[in-house]
Ligand binder design. Structure first.
Ligand code: SF4
Ligand code: SF4
Length: 242
């Protein structure tokens, strides 16, 4: 039979005392890690997870937390233009919007109902990305809890409160209004700008109507001239025949 020269996978130490020494060294290393973290966590209070009595860890200003709605700080009007892009793109179908076409002073459609069901929202952020204006934002709010599913369904008022709280935080931190943070432009106008645009629209409509009336008049005159011309021709033909 052929002899094999295989070495054991784990080297076997011959010395009992060497093993004992290794065991002690390992225990001391483990204890050193424990002591070091004890000092860091309990004495210096630098724990990765902290208890509530030490307060909350500071959340980043651009944290992608609970969704909120915003108001245009320049005009004081809601930024949403009711395009429904967010409702369509939401993979969890947790946004519900109802709009009206004309609200004087509001550019675009006006959302009378705007609901987000936080029981379903996965904070994927697609709604925030697709929004063409700075109406929907992620906020630092992460402690969303309740005693019932219904309490996690946020209506427009609640969404505006959260969104405006976040916008205020950005302004105070020097990041600016929501337009500057998101890089999107609000479509809302002040009452004066709205009136000026309405007047411009009215003037343009009046000018169009005037042009159409002039064109109609010209057409009538041309038809009348053509008729008059043909009747004169018939009379002259009849006269020459006689
Ligand atoms: S974050 Fe995602 S899941 Fe939540 S409302 Fe927006 S699109 Fe829907
Ligand atoms: S929040 Fe934005 S995407 Fe959603 S309806 Fe309003 S404007 Fe459109």
């Amino acid at each position: 039979m052929k002899e094999t020269n295989l070495k054991p996978v784990v080297p076997v130490r011959q010395s009992y005392w060497q093993d004992l020494l290794d065991a002690f060294a390992t225990i001391l290393k483990g204890m050193w890690v424990t002591l070091r973290n004890f000092g860091r966590v309990v004495i210096k209070r630098q724990a990765t997870t902290i208890t509530k009595k030490w307060g909350s860890r500071q959340i980043a200003l651009r944290y992608r937390g609970t969704i909120g709605l915003t108001i245009d700080r320049r005009t004081g009007k809601e930024n949403c233009i009711g395009c429904l892009a967010c409702e369509r793109i939401c993979p969890d179908h947790c946004i519900h919007i109802e709009t009206i076409d004309d609200k004087p002073g509001h550019k675009g459609k006006y959302p009378v109902v705007f609901v987000i069901d936080n029981n379903l929202c996965s904070l994927c952020g697609l709604c925030v990305e697709v929004c063409p204006v700075p109406a929907l934002i992620h906020t630092e709010v992460w402690q969303v809890g309740g005693y019932s599913h219904r309490s996690l369904v946020f209506d427009k008022q609640r969404l505006l409160e959260i969104g405006e709280w976040q916008q205020e935080r950005w302004i105070r931190a020097g990041l600016g209004i929501v337009d500057q943070v998101t890089g999107k432009k609000s479509m809302q106008m002040t009452d004066e700008e709205w009136k000026a645009e309405e007047e411009k629209k009215k003037a343009a409509a009046a000018a169009r109507a005037q042009r159409a009336a002039a064109a109609r008049q010209q057409q009538t005159a041309q038809t009348a001239r053509a008729k008059h011309g043909s009747s004169e021709k018939t009379i002259s033909q009849e006269t020459s025949e006689v």
